[in-house]
Ligand binder design. Sequence first.
Ligand code: COA
Ligand code: AMP
Length: 640
Amino acid sequence: MGPLGAYADEYARSLADPDGFWLKAARAIDWTRMPRRALDRSRAPFYRWFPDGKLNTCYNALDRHVAAGHGDRIALLYDSPVTGTKQRYSYAEITDEVARFAGLLVDLGVGKGDRVVIYMPMVPHAVVAMLACARIGAIHSVVFGGFAPKELAARIADARPKVLVCASCGIEPSRVVEYKPVVDEAILAIAPDCRPEHVVVVQRPQAPATMTANDVDWSQSISQTRPVGCVDVAATDELYVLYTSGTTGRPKGVVRDNGGYAVALAWSMANIYDIGPGDVWWTASDVGWVVGHSYIVYAPLLVGATTVLFEGKPVGTPDAGAFWRVISEYQVKALFTAPTALRAIKRDDPHMAEAAKYDLSRFQTLFTAGERLDPQTYQWATDRLGVPVVDNWWQTETGWPIAANPRGLEPLPIKPGSPTVPMPGYDVRVLDEQNTEVPSGTHGSICVKLPMPPGTLTTLWGDDERYRASYLAQHPGYYLTGDGGYLDADGYLYVMGRTDDIINVAGHRFSTGALEAVLAAHPAVAECVVIGVRDAIKGQVPHGLVVLKSGVETTDPEKLRAELIAAVRHEIGAVTSFQQVSVVEGLPKTRSGKILRKLIRAIADGRDEPVPATIEDPAVLERLRPVLQPSTGTAPRPCA
Ligand code: COA
Ligand code: AMP
């Protein structure tokens, strides 16, 4: 350690000598051709990591641990309170399952570079399917099971998979959600040349699916396939495409490579999360989100740890003690969850009485991400659990934390409300609109000076230009995170929220533009805006403001509300938690007719945003204020 402390030394080195830093980190991975170069700048701003390296990510996650004599170690613990199932898979067992499923994919014609869409709940088959793709060099694209047919269809049409893998159903605490009809509807909605050739179905007893001609039953077919080995891929080859909400309704396909991702994840497990071989690690998220990709599936297995796959909720499956039960039962060393889950537990069990029923002596750290860890939730969890509660900030695009507290490298003092400091390779700067850095303590747009470290997105699927326009155009030379915030005098970052049209609902990211498109399609709606409003549990929930077409003012507001809510559930999914709709007389606009969304959002957040001089009719704004801030006015409340 140098004079600065281990973190500061490592961070400084990563920026001064990225090649040296990441080539050293690359030694944690088994390569079939060891890279001699780290950063390839030749196609900047499309940077590539380890351009001459070759490896297989599945081999690194599974086979190499078996080859090293750890086949009996538990790789995956499946705990499903919603079905009453518990299963353990050793590294040897899961390697065999993955090799067989990879064989099935090969039999179905899937090869290197082909896409496979995976639409599944939290069952081991989802993990097996992802790793099987990695094994044969196919590119997986996992779609979160809560998305409705139209969203699934948009992702299939963009990814053009050869095969789609799904389960017959998912199980929510209150209902069984049939997945196969969603898949069938999505496939029918897209052009025939974009449709997958086969659908592989995991039949679950809670709601078996009706099979059609091109459907393949997972369990029947797998017994007849031969296991296949790992193929070599270039470090720069794609491992997966993960769609996330952009500022328009069209999702963005974030592209992840193999080599950079493996290196970055392995570095993060040791240095941020302090997890190594044999440790039990639990990420309570969903494989459909980036947190699930990185920290349920790839990272823990890459370092030879045991990962917990939990098919349940923090509350209601069956109670607010579920997290503490799982931690105690499997001797979990660290849990990674979203603050919203802690707030839900706090609501049901304010004194955390449930935790006292379990032995949590092996539990060392609680990590959170997905949204800002608000200081109240931080304090509540810290006081009751007696372990460090550690925020980390990142996004689908980056794949691993931009800012974190490097617990494995050098635990830094925690400042409530801050995810701590930038991680190696992330040269974080807070900029104003003129692309100038602002002084510490001043709010601005949080950006990362290019190039970004390994593991971060390489482009958007099939759309380099959109990648450039979305992330690189606003602040030349920097990656735009879309988040606003500030750095304090100690270099701690504070991430205060999105600066664009994205909202964060229970740690899930949605585009208000996509929600608006659904509302605008209703025949009674002339125009609309969707904003995120504060919610005590979910952080934000969407609130739709709709202006009716003239002549339809007599529409029954309750009926309209029900129709709009149903439309959003059907078109995007229940997981949007869209429940609030207000019919308003008008929306504030500029004289050129542009709706002043930023201003509306600021007022709803209780922020003081200057009213632009170009506003068409200030009276419209005044009439809207009480709807946006219901406690301060007497005007009609939202019909929710
Ligand atoms: N498939 C189908 N439907 C789903 C789904 C899935 N995978 N996930 C959620 N839904 C549905 C739910 O059934 C619910 O439908 P309903 O309106 O008919 O009840 C709706 O989407 C909203 O679900 P959810 O967000 O789970 O809200 P909730 O009120 O049931 O539970 C929390 C609240 C806080 C417990 C829950 O949001 C939660 O566990 N959050 C943690 C999220 C998380 O881990 N995020 C990590 C991202 S890093
Ligand atoms: P996603 O791409 O779905 O992971 O969402 C990423 C977005 O969630 C970020 O751009 C932030 O707006 C928000 N976010 C995630 N983690 C944090 C965090 N720890 N603190 C603040 N915001 C966060």
